[in-house]
Design a protein around this ligand. Structure first.
Ligand code: BT5
Length: 273
């Protein structure tokens, strides 16, 4: 928990190493400072890193978002890590991986009592504001296809430190005086949840896929919203978000037709957390 006496300690490497030692399916690589943990993890995957490598930065100086955007967090306030996975699944299931990651982060935060919701595809929201972002990157490597799941969680940022007005942090979303989980706790719990959630999804076949889809839909703040989708090609689609389909795409009802969107930036026209 965050302590008032020392609100921004460095990550406790000893504690993290001990915690990860109990998970033989996870390998920890921890840096005091790194540019982007995704960039490092992609490089490690290309060098042959095993499934389960977790690259952590105590402070990340050049964090990446989707579509070449930046992810910014002040030192001592955030969790930033990337997990290398080597999924042995049919290509048709891959598009659900980024959604699974967002769902799992939301579930882990719910474990501390936070009412986390998802903005399609995988922003994690508290009270309609973004507390965590995920960047999933597919990588071709000599050892076969890999995916890097990069997760950034705002833990202790104050209002003045938010990089954008749409952001929040666990601290800001907590009631005054309530305990706020510290960065070590968040890292340990979220990585464990990702490993477990991913493994269950991997071996659970169609039944697990269906359970994920229905839980994702139940916690997705985008569904039912009026949305404006900025498409990668420059087009704009407006309508009501009605469904997430079997391929993880957001289906938008434009009034004329139902259009599935696989990639794109969604703006909730009427904000709803
Ligand atoms: C994301 O992109 O949300 C993915 C962010 C992934 C970050 C993690 S940190 C560990 C790993 N290593 C990396 O280099 N990246 C991953 P996107 O949906 O494109 O959102 C980016 C946008 O969110 C920015 O353009 C800002 O508007 C906003 N933003 C930037 N920093 C933020 C923050 N700390 N909290 C909330 N919003 C932020």
């Amino acid at each position: 928990m965050i302590s008032a006496a020392d609100p921004r300690p460095p990550l406790d490497k000893e504690r993290l190493r001990d915690a990860f030692e109990l998970s033989p399916d996870l390998t920890l690589e921890i840096h005091d400072t790194a540019g982007s943990t995704n960039e490092l993890a992609v490089a490690r995957a290309r060098e042959g890193a095993p499934d389960g490598l977790v690259v952590v930065a105590d402070h990340q100086t050049a964090g990446r978002g989707r579509l070449d955007r930046a992810w910014e967090t002040p030192p001592g306030t955030a969790v930033t890590f990337s997990l290398v996975l080597r999924p042995e699944i049919p290509p048709g299931r891959w598009p659900w991986l980024p959604l699974l990651a967002g769902h799992t982060v939301a579930k882990a935060l719910a474990g501390w009592g936070y009412a986390a919701r998802l903005k399609w595809p995988n922003d994690v929201l508290l009270g309609g504001q973004k507390v965590a972002g995920i960047l999933a990157e597919a990588v071709t490597t000599p050892a076969g296809p890999a995916v890097v799941i990069g997760v950034g969680i705002n833990v202790a940022l104050t209002q003045d430190e938010l990089p954008v007005p749409t952001a929040t942090s666990l601290l800001l979303a907590s009631n005054e005086g309530d305990p706020v989980p510290g960065r070590d706790d968040v890292l340990i719990r979220v990585v464990a949840a990702l490993r477990e959630g991913y493994d269950a999804w991997l071996v659970g076949g169609d039944a697990a896929a269906a359970r994920l889809a229905s839980s994702y839909a139940a916690h997705c703040a985008t569904l039912g919203q009026q949305v404006r989708v900025e498409l990668p090609g420059g087009g704009i689609l407006t309508g009501t978000a009605v469904e997430v389909d079997d391929d993880g795409r957001l289906v938008v009802d434009t009034g004329l037709r139902r259009e599935p969107v696989g990639v794109g930036d969604v703006v909730h026209v009427r904000a709803n957390g």
